[in-house]
Design a protein around this ligand. Structure first.
Ligand code: SAM
Length: 332
């Protein structure tokens, strides 16, 4: 079977599935302080069918996200089912199965998820100062839960454990050096992410972005950084500290876009395909399933959708049109 490619020749190998758009955090760079309306979610059997068809078309990595994916009952069993899928490469290789979580419920779930077949985990954490963490997430006392989750993930052998920190000017740029120390002390890779215009509050402006150059310069005041050679398909620029202890990454979609190597498509919690975070429309895969479409017809639908994948985002340009959904309803 021909691998999945878009019209710009990019191979599509990474699938992100949002298994719920509910979230127990209300991070300032993502959500308003209110609950907000939900698109809802689907039975796991439907996501599993979508994943099975897509793996047959060349997907090799599946990342579960949300909303907050660990809020969803049955997530461990879903990982177990995903882990049974085999790539059609003749070797019977399993998938790389990853999870992005806020970590609040991870302490008790890390080992069961690992046992079910989860390969690795990324925990979002935007401050190492517990009070600031509470102000950003708008949840009191979350910090200790998340730290316990990160440590449980390491103990369970989920490797690597990555910690994602979105930097937003005026909130947490003073956390850059403390996160460098955190990476070294906790044995995790901390990745700073430039703030993107995907938030519900529409507060993004170029001046709110803490850029790659600024992050690197600030961290170098703490300890010299050595750049790890960049693999084109990687989203993050990677650096280690000069003494070899600790690694950080910087994901810079605003100042250094990497759309040219994008290998991702996303399925939203309500079963729509999105070909770009910044898509202004999505494609209703679940509607195809509801009307009794065969696997072959689903493949044809997916190929047609992927062919329309956007060349790049237009963040910060005069012709930028906001995405049709915010991050919590897309699945980052
Ligand atoms: N609840 C999970 C979590 O907290 O990781 C998964 C969903 S969350 C939407 C996925 C990722 O998107 C997180 O790492 C979060 O920090 C990131 N994110 C959310 N809004 C963002 C924005 N406006 N710009 C950049 N990253 C954002």
């Amino acid at each position: 079977m021909a691998a999945l490619h878009d019209k710009f020749g990019r191979a599509i190998t990474d699938l992100r599935i949002s298994i719920t758009d509910r979230c127990n955090y209300k991070c300032v760079y993502c959500r308003t302080g209110n609950e907000g309306a939900l698109y809802g979610d689907l039975p796991f059997a439907d996501y599993l069918r979508m994943a099975r068809v897509l793996v047959g078309m060349g997907i090799t990595k599946v990342r579960l996200t949300g909303g907050e994916p660990l809020l969803r009952n049955g997530v461990v069993q879903f990982v177990r089912e995903l882990a049974k899928l085999r790539m059609p490469n003749g070797n019977g290789d399993g998938l790389d199965i990853a999870l992005t979580t806020n970590g609040h419920l991870l302490a008790d779930l890390a080992q069961p998820l690992k046992d079910a077949g989860l390969t690795r985990v990324t925990v979002s954490m935007d401050a190492v100062d517990p009070d600031l963490f509470a102000r950003i997430t708008r949840v009191p006392n979350g910090y200790d839960h998340v730290l316990a989750g990160i440590r449980a993930a390491r103990r369970a052998g989920l490797w690597p454990v990555k910690v994602n920190c979105v930097l937003m000017r005026g909130f947490n740029e003073d956390q850059i050096i403390p996160f460098g120390m955190f990476a070294r002390e906790e044995g995790v890779t901390v990745r700073f992410i430039e703030f993107m215009p995907l938030e519900e509050d529409r507060v993004w402006a170029p001046s709110t972005v803490v850029s790659l150059d600024e992050i690197r310069a600030r961290m170098a005041e703490y300890r010299p950084l050595v750049e790890i050679p960049h693999v084109r398909s990687e989203t993050a620029r990677r650096y280690r500290f000069d003494d070899g202890v600790g690694e950080i990454g910087i994901i810079a979609p605003v100042s250094h876009p990497f759309c040219g190597h994008c290998s991702r498509i996303r399925i939203t919690s309500d079963g729509k395909i999105r070909t770009c975070l910044f898509s202004v429309w999505d494609h209703d895969l679940y509607a195809q399933i509801r009307r009794g479409t065969s696997d072959e017809e689903l493949e044809e639908f997916i190929r047609g959708v992927v062919a329309k994948k956007e060349e790049r985002h237009h963040i910060g340009e005069p012709d930028f049109v906001p995405a049709s959904r915010t991050m919590v309803h897309i699945g980052g």
